[in-house]
Design a protein around this ligand. Structure first.
Ligand code: AMP
Length: 193
């Protein structure tokens, strides 16, 4: 049972272009939760040319997942000092990362993972418009493949543990946000602000 005195511990997942970053920003601000985006963190490190940044840069540019060990070192370290709720954006992305999250932080590491569901014909035009530096057509294709190959099994695994909610991500950001809040209300039974 969740300790109601702390905020919820949430994960947002979704294939590239599903609106993960937008929905995380809306949700983190609505619930007052710290928001940790592994993708944003890696991009910052790469831009600053740190040792970590140099190790992950090739993966970011190619659209490959960063090796689990490296991701885990960074995330677990950040979360060990977070006694309250949090919103993880883009982590975990593999079954190994999900298992490590629970092994390290215990069963209360995650209250609910929310998958933003959007079909390819919806995400592809969004990705073309977005044009981030690392959004080459090859990298986009590789990221979409990585989601199907590496993250789909994680979704099945989270569902089998009873901690997955799926939300239709088609439509205006604020409408999707309301659906995310409704899913949280339904699954976690905590008062919405
Ligand atoms: P995002 O901003 O979430 O789309 O992440 C951008 C890129 O960062 C991904 O394509 C990966 O190269 C890397 N990345 C972010 N989070 C993870 C993760 N949990 N595991 C492996 N690679 C990640």
């Amino acid at each position: 049972m969740r300790d109601v005195r702390r905020g919820p511990r949430l994960v947002m997942l979704g294939r590239q272009g599903a609106g993960k970053g937008t929905q995380c920003a809306l949700l983190a601000s609505r619930l007052g939760l710290p928001h940790l985006s592994t993708g944003a963190l890696f991009r910052r490190e790469a831009a600053a040319g740190t040792a970590l940044g140099q190790r992950v840069e090739g993966c970011l540019d190619a659209g490959e997942l960063v090796p689990d060990r490296l991701v885990l070192d960074v995330v677990i370290h950040a979360l060990q000092g977070a006694p309250g709720g949090y919103l993880l954006d883009g982590f975990p992305r593999t079954v190994a990362q999900g298992a490590a999250l629970f092994e390290t932080l215990g069963p209360s590491a995650l209250d609910l993972a929310i998958e933003l569901v959007a079909p390819l014909e919806v995400v592809l035009p969004r990705l073309v418009e977005r044009g981030r530096d690392d959004d080459t057509p090859e990298a986009i294709e590789r990221r979409l493949e990585a989601y199907d190959e590496r993250t789909s099994p994680l979704l099945v695994w989270l569902d089998s543990r009873g901690v997955l909610a799926t939300v239709d991500a088609i439509g205006e950001p604020l409408d999707v946000h309301e659906r995310v809040l409704a899913a949280l209300g339904e699954r976690l039974a905590f008062p919405l602000p």
